[in-house]
Design a protein around this ligand. Structure first.
Ligand code: FAD
Ligand code: NDP
Length: 512
């Protein structure tokens, strides 16, 4: 509750700075110019225009090193959530088809997947969203400019299109929402020349075939998960741990499941070089960090998923006095998304300390627009944002990991309720459910307030979304126990948790 009310704090000072529309209407071309037409930028510009501001949004995609480019909508729509979830779905369907045999469907023994068919369908859907965004901007009277923006001064933006044509826009307020792009490793010869990233994989016309995925966080595991699920020979190279920052017991279940269903893992290994062989294959040399031995193997594709860098370098921030964190390159923002220059704001992936997730960028953008227009003074609440890792066995969580809960409250002050459960749909299909697990971390004393909720299993995001709402309302273990489940579902297992880790009792769910 405390976090919730913090998000609703009122800022008084901003009213005086911002609510001067009649004056700005005469002084500047626009009330608001947004640089970046992704999740945050589009939400912010549409909301501000709908509430009566004169708004322009600039969106420009610098092609990837491989030359991949895409339309309006930013990372999520074009090279993130949307194509990723659709390819994840394609992989899940493969598993479902195999399950279907057990349910009586007559399916040929050998199943094959056609990448070009999937890719074309996914890419067409993405293009339809690009078009939808353009139409919405037009309907809401947002001026859309397919131009690269940079700051000239705190009220002036320079815009340049692909042909080098320039224009200048003046505006009262500026919102920076330029997102991020995948990084390449700096010290691996051949990495940039021969590798691809998540900016390319969704736009490949042909199958990447045997693929090495380097990295072990969201992007790496999700991409490796759907590639393996589509039947491709896929190896994940992990230099340290998987899903850093997430509950490590849950991370282990995710990777165990992936291994059990065909993804290979090279644990504690780091790539050294990539060379192209005369056959066209890519030969990767890597070091086993445990034994210090060198290994080689050849792949059709190498996918770098080693993190993302904020798109702040070309914005001319320094000249205008917008402060960044020199280490991360991200823009330093206050609770109201203001940068060090009061009329310049930053939202989404480029802002320091914010979750790199689409719903947070969208919500932050909308709330910022409402504040800029003077419609509301509600701040974005970044606490307890739920998230899902769309790996073959999905993992979703909200709140603290067990490690973090122990660190903040002490091992003796927390109670962990857990259960290993078997989704009903796995039974007839004879699928192994060893990694289907639920863990709820509570304070031990008093009402046993829930600190963290973790779920692996089918439709993990759908399950956790509802519980994240109760989390915002101050969920306790008692609330969970007083909730009547919906039967037969996986989510109902959350309402039945009764075994504590501390008890050491078998946490396997038996019967209804
Ligand atoms: P973006 O959406 O990146 O938009 C920024 C836009 O600004 C881009 O179009 C860019 O080309 C443009 N731009 C950059 N510089 C300029 C400039 N100078 N002038 C004009 N335009 C410029 N999040 C989830 O919540 N769920 C998921 O399932 C999920 N999956 C993901 C999968 C992958 C592979 C990746 C990479 C990310 C995923 N994310 C997911 C994260 C999500 O995509 C981002 O958090 C979100 O898109 C950030 O929105 P944004 O508005 O900050 O930036
Ligand atoms: P992260 O920064 O989270 O992870 C980078 C990974 O690459 C880590 O495993 C890191 O290992 C590894 N790595 C870094 N450098 C090297 C190197 N030189 N060699 C080998 N491995 C290396 O980045 P992601 O791109 O996965 O995700 C970025 C953000 O995008 C996420 O934080 C998330 O918010 C968002 N996202 C959300 C999704 C969702 O909601 N489902 C899906 C995808 C992305 P180490 O731990 O050792 O540093």
């Amino acid at each position: 509750m405390a976090a919730f009310s913090r998000g609703r704090q009122r800022i008084k000072a901003f009213r005086t700075i911002i609510f001067t529309r009649p004056f700005t209407a005469r002084k500047f071309d626009y009330d608001l110019v947004v640089i970046g037409g992704g999740s945050g930028g589009l939400a912010c510009s549409k909301e501000a225009a709908q509430l009566g501001h004169r708004v322009a949004v600039l969106d420009y995609v610098e092609p990837s090193l491989k030359g991949t480019k895409w339309g309006l909508g930013g990372t999520c729509v074009n090279v993130g959530c949307i194509p990723k979830k659709l390819m994840h779905q394609a992989a899940l369907l493969g598993t479902a088809v195999k399950d279907a045999r057990k349910y009586g469907w007559q399916i040929p023994e050998s199943l094959s997947h056609d990448w070009p068919t999937m890719a074309e369908a996914v890419q067409n859907h993405v293009r339809s969203i690009n078009w939808g965004h353009r139409v919405q901007l037009q309907d809401k009277k947002v001026k859309y400019l397919n131009m690269n923006g940079s700051l000239v001064d705190k009220h002036t933006i320079r815009a340049v299109n692909a042909k080098g044509k320039e224009m200048t826009l003046t505006t009262k307020n500026i919102v920076l929402a330029t997102g991020g792009r995948p990084k390449y490793p700096t010290r691996v010869p051949g990495a940039m020349e021969f590798g691809i990233t998540s900016d390319d994989v969704f736009w490949l016309r042909e199958s990447p075939k045997k693929t090495l995925v380097v990295g072990a966080s969201y992007v790496a595991l999700e991409c490796a998960g759907f590639l393996a699920g589509l039947g491709l020979d896929t190896t994940v190279m992990v230099r340290s741990i998987a899903l850093r920052g997430f509950d490590q017991q849950m991370a282990g279940l995710v990777t165990d499941y992936m291994e059990a269903y065909g993804t290979k893992f090279s644990w504690r290994c780091a790539p050294k070089s990539v060379e192209k062989l005369p056959s066209g294959l890519l030969q990767v040399t890597w070091m086993d960090l445990k034994t210090k031995e060198e290994h080689k193997d050849s792949f059709n594709s190498v996918l770098w998923a080693v993190g993302r860098a904020p798109e702040t370098k070309t914005l001319n921030l320094e000249k205008v006095g917008v402060e960044i964190n020199k280490e991360t390159g991200k823009i330093i923002v206050a609770a109201d998304e203001a940068t060090s220059v009061p009329n310049i704001f930053a939202i989404g992936d480029i802002s320091e300390g914010r979750p790199e997730l689409t719903p947070t960028a969208i919500k932050a953008g909308k709330l910022l627009a409402r504040r800029l227009v003077g419609h509301s003074d509600e701040l974005m609440n970044y606490e307890n944002v739920a998230t899902t890792v769309f790996t073959p066995l999905e993992y979703s969580c909200v709140g603290l990991s067990e490690e973090e809960a122990e660190k903040r409250h002490g091992k003796d002050q927390i109670e962990v309720y857990h259960a290993f459960y078997k989704p009903l749909e796995f039974t007839v299909a004879e699928r192994d459910a060893t990694q289907c697990y639920i863990k709820v971390i509570c304070l031990r004393e008093g009402e046993q307030r829930v600190l963290g909720l973790h779920f692996t299993g089918p439709n993990a995001g759908e399950v956790t979304q509802g519980f994240s709402l109760s989390f915002q309302c101050g969920l306790t273990y008692g609330h969970l126990r007083n909730t009547v489940g919906i039967h037969p579902t996986c989510a109902e297992e959350l309402t039945k948790l009764n075994i504590t880790k501390r008890s050491g009792l078998d946490a396997t769910v038996t019967g209804c």
